[in-house]
Design a protein around this ligand. Structure first.
Ligand SMILES: NC(=O)c1ccc[n+]([C@@H]2O[C@H](COP(=O)([O-])OP(=O)(O)OC[C@H]3O[C@@H](n4cnc5c(N)ncnc54)[C@H](OP(=O)(O)O)[C@@H]3O)[C@@H](O)[C@H]2O)c1
Length: 231
């Protein structure tokens, strides 16, 4: 990926950080952006920036500052608790949509004019888009919206390529605040129920984003990387 500029929004942790690291290892120049400040022990060869995808003006300014680039990867997503309809707080659901659905939409809208021919956009949904689980209402709706958005944008923005990666259970901060022991136990429990016998790591997911960026024939696809979780 030499001479390619990759921007990863949500790239300061988890799956996005793994994408940033693998793209940089493949020779790309990488800018990783997210809401938090640059984490301690951040790799010096990857540029970092602070950006909140719910701030439309900031998103517009950010891409104007980046200028022309090649690949946009969006992994910004909110941490939201599971809630059944009866316990659902609509404001919390709307705030989550503002990041996961409208955040990705804002980013693509403001980035599109700067993306070079042969470039790509990769959105992120999640397994619950196509799996009904009580308590997963908001996540299901958000992720399904992202997948629908990806397919429409693949036609509207062609020849720019637009794809979606749908992660299953991946061990990241998305699981919320918990101790290492609790995290380990949850990974063990969730992994045991999957055909591959383990939950995913950021690096498992990053391989899919790298493949999509480099495969000029892929557009409008939703790529499941979920250890068989949808089966
Ligand atoms: N891990 C899983 O099991 C799983 C399963 C299905 C789907 N996914 C999806 O995969 C994507 C990546 O999640 P992850 O697992 O890598 O978790 P993660 O490490 O928590 O990554 C999410 C990133 O999004 C950033 N973010 C949140 N709100 C933002 C905002 N308003 N503006 C900019 N950045 C914002 C977070 O930064 P701050 O914390 O600083 O805000 C964080 O760096 C998400 O879309 C998630 O829904 C994950």
């Amino acid at each position: 990926m030499k001479n390619q500029l990759v921007v990863v929004i949500g790239g300061l942790s988890g799956i996005g950080r793994a994408v940033a690291e693998q793209a940089a290892a493949a020779g790309a120049r990488v800018i990783a952006a997210g809401r938090r400040a640059t984490p301690a022990e951040w790799p010096s060869h990857i540029e970092s920036a602070q950006l909140d995808v719910t701030d439309d003006a900031a998103v517009q300014r950010f891409f104007a500052g980046v200028g022309e680039f090649d690949h946009l990867v969006l992994t910004a997503g909110p941490v939201i608790p599971s809630a059944r309809l009866a316990d659902l707080a609509p404001e919390q659901a709307m705030a989550a949509f503002d990041v996961k659905v409208f955040g990705q939409l804002r980013a693509v809208k403001h980035a599109a004019r700067y993306l070079n021919a042969g470039g790509s956009v990769t959105l992120t949904s999640g397994l619950l888009a196509r799996k009904a689980v009580p308590g997963g209402l908001v996540k299901s709706a958000m992720n399904a919206a992202v997948e629908a958005m990806g397919k429409t944008l693949a036609k509207e923005l062609a020849p720019l390529r637009v794809n979606v990666v749908s992660p299953g259970m991946v061990e990241t901060g998305m699981w919320g605040e918990m101790s290492d022991a609790e995290r380990g136990a949850m990974a063990q429990r969730a992994g045991a129920g999957l055909p591959v016998g383990r939950v995913g790591q950021g690096s498992d997911l990053a391989q899919a984003y790298l493949m999509i960026m480099q495969n000029g024939f892929m557009t409008g696809a939703v790529v499941d990387v979920d250890g068989g979780g949808l089966l």
